[in-house]
Design a protein around this ligand. Structure first.
Ligand code: HSE
Length: 298
């Protein structure tokens, strides 16, 4: 395998995982994009970051996109060069919007774009590598494939398929000022859950697949979760309170991924959006990203 292109540019979407009851399985790609240019060079690795993460991310080999490019090149058996990265980041960090999955998937798709035989890094291979770097595939799958996905892991590794979604599905994302790491939000989860709660979520996930596909009248019932959100409430109290208030008012609101952003699977009305904005929430209307990470012309 050889490096066939000196430079590639990748766009990769934000993602929201879980969608309420689909813990570690469901995910949705959102129309907020990171844009990464990767150049193979003879000199040392350097990373320039604009936008989200500027000034707070590593600027060399430890940068997550660099690590992902390296993982992809290594898997393909391609020689490793120095790398120059230019990242223009719009996906908020530490908010449950899949910024680390975006970085990993961008790096892997860039590696695929650099090499002479792109079939060596097909989507299944990239999902496997992304899951190794991320720990779970629920953000990486929609970042790679676009749209809504469900993912699962078996002895062969992670898999993902697209969930058909209604053309009119228009999510709202509420982004707080506060950040939270996924590891902090996973640390508070229990080792076991009541059987009734597990059964509750099985029914809601099945319903959610139908609701996403067009039965939008079912979205509120379908997004009720008992596996993770309540256990996490104490580490994201404003988020938990806002999700509860929105749901009580009839909005299909859930914690976005591991939080603390909120995903509402409908456009909010002006009054509700304005009230949340007045309390410091950034209200986004990003649309669904129908495509996952892809190369664009440089
Ligand atoms: N399913 C994950 C969680 C999403 O809720 O912890 C974060 O990547």
């Amino acid at each position: 395998m050889r490096i066939a292109r000196e430079q590639v540019r990748v766009r990769v979407p934000a993602t929201s995982a879980n969608l309420g009851p689909g813990f570690d399985a469901l995910g949705l790609a959102l129309g907020v994009w990171d844009d990464v240019t990767v150049r193979a060079v003879a000199g040392p690795t350097r990373v320039v970051v604009e936008g989200e993460g500027h000034g707070s991310l590593p600027d060399g080999e430890d940068h997550l996109v660099v690590r992902a490019v390296r993982a992809g090149l290594e898997m393909a058996g391609a020689p490793q060069a120095g790398l120059e990265l230019h990242c223009r980041n719009a996906v908020p960090h530490g908010r449950g919007m899949g910024s680390s999955a975006a970085a990993v998937v961008a790096g892997l798709v860039a590696a695929r774009g650099l090499i002479s035989d792109q079939s060596a890094l097909d989507d299944d291979t990239l999902l496997g590598l992304a899951t190794e770097l991320e720990g779970h595939p629920d953000n990486a799958a929609p970042a790679l494939l676009g749209g809504a996905t469900t993912s699962w892991v078996d002895a062969e590794g992670p898999h993902a398929v697209a969930i058909p979604i209604a053309a009119g599905l228009r999510p709202t994302v509420l982004v707080p000022q506060e950040t939270l790491t996924t590891s902090s939000a996973r640390r508070v989860l229990p080792r076991q859950v009541p059987f009734d709660d597990a059964a509750h979520n099985v029914a809601r996930v099945a319903l959610l697949v139908l609701a996403l596909g067009g039965r939008t009248d079912l979205l509120l019932a379908a997004t009720e979760d008992r596996l993770h959100q309540d256990y996490r409430a104490d580490v994201m109290r404003p988020t938990a309170d806002a999700v509860r208030a929105l749901r009580d008012a009839g909005w299909p609101a859930v914690v976005s991924g591991a939080g603390p952003s909120i995903l509402v699977l409908e456009p909010l009305d002006r009054a509700t959006g304005d009230a949340l904005a007045a309390h410091g929430w950034q209200v986004l209307d990003p649309g669904v990203a129908p495509d996952g990470a892809h190369l664009i012309d440089t």
